[in-house]
Ligand binder design. Sequence first.
Ligand SMILES: [Zn+2]
Length: 427
Amino acid sequence: MRRRASGLLLAALVCAPAGAELKTWVDERGHTHVTDDPAAVPEAMRGRVADEPDELGELWHDGLRGPPLPAASGETSSDADRAARLLRGAVDDLGRGETARASAALETVLRLEPGRAEAHWYLALLDRQRGRFDSAESHLRAFLAGAGDALEPWRASAQRRLRELADERRLAAATPGSDAALRLHTRTSPHFQVRYDAELGEVRADLADTVVAWLEEAHARVGERLGVVPAEPVRVVVYGKAAYRRAHRDRFSFRTVGFFDGRIHVASAAHPGGELRSLLHHEYTHALFRERVGSDRPLWLNEGLAELSERASRSQAGLTRAERFRLQGHGAAGTWIPLARLALGYGGLDDAQAKVAYLQGAAAAAWIEARTDRAARARLLDLLGQGLDADAALRAVVGADTAGLESALQREIASEFATSGAAAPAE
Ligand SMILES: [Zn+2]
């Protein structure tokens, strides 16, 4: 997400829709829980629960609920029992926000038992979250085809979700909190479906052409750097500034100019320039990350890559010397924020910490980019998408886990300013 004006990236990429407040908390075993039921949060955790809205907030409004899973009939190695165990594990993973691992397990279930209705149900949910609306629709249709009598009550729910997907395509009516007066026109291009505020189009007849050209440029350039492109066209909504505020004022506690929730939403000036182009490159990177990885985490990598894309769109490579000098100071002063902490979200940081967090993410992503080629970067995203944890994926691709990468990065930055008398670069 992109915070307004200050260029800061705060909180999660995605907010829960207004009215479906999600709580995230971590129990004694270190397991992360996501719930929209405040009563499910233990008394001792209330008030300490992360205020950061969770990525799962964008699922269909009844959230993670799905058909009851049959109990595994034992520890046998039959495909049916394996599938049942995998399904249970996948649903537990979903509850903990381990979406990539859940997705991999569900795909395995379908290899063991093609047509297994429950797996299609949860994959539809995950695809909807990733912005893969066509694939979500085919999973829902497969669910309906495969759901037996026992799942009858869920068939109505699946039908409703299909109707909601159709609404997503019509979009104007489905934009959360949108003002009824918001009129949207559509423009499609090879890799995007853009809905834009009709009022903007009246001010600038070339608005849609300009936005589409910038998006296609982002598709080509980010694809060139990261070696991956989305499987389906990415959906984008462009609002005039007032319309954006009306539509999304309840979603965030601070002013934003853009975010991704399965669609890219951005606010545009009446006569947009480089700032909108950069913003589209930034949000497109988030869309691509979510689509390939299936979640927004590790967030430092996601925000770092988005920031590098944004800078690349302005022909700026990586961090400036002044920014690296600032990071060196935080390393020395002990105010460097561990990347492992930033992996889950940027919530709970004050403004100053958020600035550091955002620089650290960009520096760490640049460290990775300097040591990988396009194919290796694609592999990193695909390993994360297959459910490998971030440390294992990083080890496989850059030979260091999060902590190892972090200390190498800190050493590298420190060495740049190690010479005594090195002057602080001008800001
Ligand atoms: Zn962002």
